[in-house]
Design a protein around this ligand. Structure first.
Ligand SMILES: [Zn+2]
Length: 70
């Protein structure tokens, strides 16, 4: 699971997701010896609200991992 920290009260992974937006680029699979070497590189922006202090913040994820928190 991605570890997301509230920028205001520093609570970790205490948030609800408000909405997600995606860059929605199409990454056509490229197979080399049966392995897809062109995985989905879309960056998803997740806007969430801290359940402790109600701060609204967002983070970005890519390849199922935390890409950048803003
Ligand atoms: Zn908070």
């Amino acid at each position: 699971m991605i570890e997301v920290k509230c920028p205001k009260c520093s609570a970790i992974n205490c948030y609800k997701q408000c909405y997600r937006t995606c860059t929605a680029m199409y990454y056509p699979p490229i197979y080399e010896n049966g392995v897809n070497i062109n995985p989905d590189g879309n960056i998803t922006t997740v806007v969430c609200q801290c359940t402790k202090c109600n701060e609204i913040f967002s983070y970005q994820e890519r390849y199922g991992e935390l890409y950048e928190q803003c």
